[in-house]
Ligand binder design. Structure first.
Ligand code: NAD
Ligand code: MG
Length: 391
């Protein structure tokens, strides 16, 4: 029996993880599950998987969760402290699938226990990559990538020497607005942005796919996780989302990873690593698919990619500022306070303001400084947003 914990079990990645685990009763002991306000679903999962502990991130949801799990052996807890406590409970594998910087602290806590961390929460690598990687090293813990592109790169690198890598290419579908005229983007709504052509994902990452902020985060994630120089990382638009990433070696060979756009592939790879177990994902019929298309991303359409380059050049805490500003700008877009194109403007303005006033790349990267700059960036973003609100 492998002991597993899932942070963010009620989300899109969480549900896919639950699905894989529920298919193999007897193989896994579920130590803990965590969710947010979707208490009914969290309780349902806890019952189905006979979880030892169910945690809601929100203290005001405690009573509802307690009621929903009355008469079951599942322990109930609530709040950020309870999440950290859950991360200390002995487990062999922990899925980090909370959305946003809120996933950072539980992930760090899990690594401090030496637990293998399956990392879907890319924001924690963007926000505090060096801290996360150093914590893993110090405690002998392993991080397994779950983002589909990074899982693909990880698989292409199996048995290879990272020193022989010339470039890493991660693909992007182009998102909901790939074929929209540029002029129409200004008036794109959150509902329109939250429709993905190929992947079924949570609302926030789907909107980030339309703006390419998701790919921007992933470029930084690639840099932090694989320790690859920024100039060796490329983004390629690939509308079919079947090739997830390619790794180019110094002999000119390019190893591509293909698979159906189903997150259970990357999750299942991390869950079963270092073995490959059978997974319930569709098999590709390339003859039926016929052709795959590729294009260079248009810089005018996707300013987020340029911002990612700027963040990697600056280094230090720029990632924490970038992610926090992006999260705040996304909140404002979802709330109808700013337009679609203004998200990148807000993030650019915050990076500019914070770097002018602070020594972004000289401060040591600790949990304290990360949280400090995350907070500062959100405050600055709020100011910029107030100044630009749609009328
Ligand atoms: P989601 O919105 O569907 O689910 C998020 C989960 O986090 C839910 O369980 C929610 O209750 C919980 N949560 C939200 N805010 C929280 C907070 N403040 N504290 C504690 N818990 C909180 O998101 P998702 O699409 O499953 O994405 C999860 C993570 O995985 C993100 O980092 C995302 O970038 C990454 N990811 C997702 C996909 C995908 O296919 N959905 C693919 C690659 C990477
Ligand atoms: Mg991805």
């Amino acid at each position: 029996m492998r002991r597993v914990t899932i942070f963010g079990s009620t989300g899109s990645i969480g549900e896919n993880t639950v699905d894989l685990i529920a298919r193999r009763p007897g193989d896994f002991e579920v130590v803990a599950l965590s969710g947010g306000r979707n208490v009914a679903r969290l309780a349902e999962q806890a019952r189905a998987l006979n979880a030892g502990l169910a945690v809601t991130a929100y203290p005001d949801c405690y009573a509802d969760l307690k009621d929903a799990l009355a008469g079951t052996p599942t322990e109930v807890a609530a709040g950020p402290e309870a999440l950290l406590e859950a991360a200390t409970r002995p487990a062999d594998w922990i899925m980090s699938a909370i959305v946003g910087a809120a996933g950072l602290m539980p992930g760090l806590k899990a690594l401090e226990q030496g637990t293998t961390l399956a990392l879907a929460n890319k924001e924690s690598l963007v926000t505090a990559g060096p801290l996360l990687m150093a914590t893993a090293r110090r405690h002998g813990a392993r991080i397994l990538p779950v983002d589909s592109e990074h899982s693909a790169v990880f698989q292409a690198l199996a048995g290879e020497d990272i020193a022989a890598v010339e470039r890493i290419v991660i693909t992007a579908s182009g998102g909901a607005f790939r074929d929209w005229p540029l002029a129409a983007l200004a008036s794109a709504t959150p509902e329109q942005a939250a429709t993905h052509p190929n992947w079924a994902m949570g609302q926030r990452i789907t909107i980030d796919s339309a703006s390419m902020f998701n790919k921007a985060l992933e470029v930084i994630e690639t840099h932090e996780f694989f320790g690859i120089a920024p100039e060796k990382i490329e983004v390629l638009v690939h509308p079919e989302s079947l090739v997830h990433a390619l790794v180019g070696f110094r002999d000119g060979a390019l190893m591509a990873h293909l698979g159906a756009p189903d997150m259970r592939h990357a999750i299942g790879y991390a869950l079963n690593w270092p073995e490959r177990a059978e997974l319930p994902v569709a098999r590709l019929d390339l003859a039926a698919i016929g052709q795959l298309n590729f294009a260079a991303p248009d810089p005018a359409r996707y300013p987020a990619l340029r911002l990612a380059r700027q963040v990697m050049e600056t280094g230090g805490l720029a990632g924490a500022v970038f992610n926090a500003a992006k999260e705040r700008a996304l909140d404002a877009f979802i709330a109808g306070e700013i337009g679609f194109l203004q998200m990148a403007e807000v993030v650019a303005a915050v990076l500019d303001r914070v770097s002018r006033e602070n020594r972004l790349n000289t401060a040591e990267i600790t949990l304290d400084t990360v949280l400090q700059f995350d907070h500062l960036a959100r405050e600055e973003a709020a100011k910029v947003i107030r100044g630009r609100k749609k009328t």
